[in-house]
Design a protein around this ligand. Structure first.
Ligand code: NAP
Length: 474
């Protein structure tokens, strides 16, 4: 076998290994105890993909690749190590934007080179379609991801920015972009059509994310993820790279399924998220619209006594727990209750926090066993109904009874936990702040609900201290 044949064989073998590892990685990620392994498999897959690509005989010089590797590594490594879990969504948006820049640049360069070449190296209709789709999805993802990053990082307002006729303008831009794509496919040498697709895609990324509220950004990011996957797959077709086609298809499908699952768990349609301007202004719940019933509070001393003698406790953590980074002290509280003979379970809602698996990750970081987590809403509600105490820690929307009782509530229809069915409910939050949806929560004024006001980490710390003091007989 000649040198070229051997090299090609090694490249294809690396790509095959990479594709298999990507699929195994995704499979492992479906089970939390194996999630770490899944990430390692995927990273190993990426290493094979990079090695295979570096062996490409078309590479003339490694100088710029090496510079890119060093500079990228110097920026990426410290960023990934330092980033806080709560800032993960914007970090993902930011890194997406760079992946999309790469795909878009490949599309533009490939178009310029191919449109100047003739014969087999030139532009076929199929190749023009692949390059057009690549820059369409790539450019849309670049600006869309930067917008999502800006909203989550609060560089721009997280509130939806809307204007009259916005949806019509967006639909018109989409129609023009697809018409230009059609013209490009019919005549691949039509450079004006190619650059129209590119320019409109950049604009669409901005205009489509503007009217979406900051809290919906995780859904947007996973949708953009799926666009980036499509751009990568199109790049794969354009440059004849199998691993890009496979990885792009996996990312495209994965991102889309994740967005659908998040929308379903929030009981919102895709249309409502993309065009609904959710979170524009706070609204009142039905209960709150009537009279002003004030929530009752309890001191950590009294709460500690109830917890010390409880035989079953369910903890419902939410976004506030992640913000307060209260997971470690929460585990300490759990261990104290268990030492006194009580059983502690965690009810984890599919959309608790601000990204899929947000609370699972935080609890596993604190060493809380996966077996203590109830991740099915119906199963959790059955356990909650028999619990002595439910502690709601920095959660709001996922325990809002209006999701069942108030048809006019934006939360109506979302599956929720029902802590009020337990004997007693303690709610830990700092004050009267609403949750992500901006609606008030009648749970806080229910008869068996008592508030423990303060930062989650501080309040849990006080509970731990009080239970220990009980043990010491103070
Ligand atoms: P939430 O409804 O956003 O409520 C969080 C609560 O935490 C707030 O009411 C806040 O009240 C409290 N809080 C904030 N900081 C705190 C601190 N340091 N200590 C104690 N409490 C604190 O959160 P959630 O119940 O987890 O619900 C998640 C929401 O996000 C849902 O509406 C869901 O649809 C949405 N969402 C989720 C995802 C996802 O993938 N997970 C994606 C997009 C949207 P105070 O200000 O009074 O303290």
């Amino acid at each position: 076998m000649n040198e070229l044949g051997t090299r090609d064989l090694i490249i294809q073998a690396s790509y095959l290994a990479a594709s298999v590892l990507f699929i195994l990685g995704l499979r492992s990620l479906t089970k939390p105890p194996q999630a770490r392994l899944g990430m390692q498999q995927a990273a190993m897959g990426m290493l094979f993909a990079v090695i295979g690509t570096l062996l490409n005989s078309n590479i003339l010089t490694y100088q710029w690749i090496l510079i890119g590797l060093v500079v990228g590594g110097m920026i990426g490594y410290p960023m990934a190590m330092k980033i806080k879990m709560t800032a993960m969504p914007q970090f993902i948006a930011f890194s997406h934007a760079f992946g999309a820049i790469a795909a878009t640049l490949v599309g533009v360069v490939e178009y310029r080179v191919r449109s100047g070449a003739t014969g087999e190296e030139g532009l076929s209709h199929g190749l023009a379609a692949a390059l057009g789709l690549e820059v369409l999805f790539g450019a849309l993802t670049v600006t869309g991801s930067f917008m999502a990053f800006g909203k989550l990082q609060e560089l721009i307002t997280g509130r939806p920015i809307t204007f009259k006729g916005q949806n019509a303008v967006n639909l018109l831009m989409i129609a023009v972009a697809f018409t230009a794509l059609g013209l490009l496919i019919v005549n691949p040498m039509n450079g004006a059509a190619f650059y129209t697709v590119l320019g409109l895609a950049f604009l669409l990324g901005i205009s489509m994310v503007l009217p979406i509220g900051g809290g919906d950004m995780p859904v947007v990011i996973s949708l953009l993820n799926s666009y980036a996957g499509l751009a990568a797959a199109a790049t794969g077709f354009a440059i004849g790279n199998n691993v890009l086609i496979i990885a792009g298809a996996l990312e495209g499908a994965g991102g889309f399924i994740l967005s659908l699952m998040m929308s379903k768990a929030m009981n919102r349609s895709f249309g409502n998220i993309i065009f609904g301007a959710f979170g524009a202004a706070p609204t009142k719940s039905t209960a709150a619209k009537g009279e002003a019933k004030e929530p009752r509070s309890i001191t950590p001393e009294d709460a500690a006594v109830q917890l010390a003698y409880a035989s079953s406790v369910v903890i419902i953590p939410g976004y506030g727990m992640a913000l307060a980074q209260a997971q470690h002290v929460c585990r300490e509280l759990m261990e104290l209750i268990e030492k006194k003979g009580g059983e502690v379970k965690y009810a984890i809602h599919p959309v608790a926090g601000r990204m899929p698996g947000h609370l699972n990750v935080i609890l596993s970081e604190a060493g809380i066993d996966y077996g203590a987590l109830l991740t099915d809403v119906d199963d959790a509600n059955r356990v909650i109904a028999t619990a002595d105490v439910v502690i709601v820690i920095g959660a709001n929307d996922i325990v809002n009874p209006d999701a069942e009782d108030d048809k006019s509530s934006p939360l109506y229809g979302m599956p929720i936990f029902r802590p009020w069915t337990a004997k007693a409910v303690f709610v830990i939050k700092r004050g009267k702040g609403t949750g992500f949806s901006g609606v008030e929560n009648p749970l806080f004024t229910r008869d068996n609900t008592l508030m423990l006001y303060g930062d989650a980490k501080g309040v849990l710390g006080s509970l731990v201290k009080e239970i220990k003091a009980l043990d010491e007989g103070h």
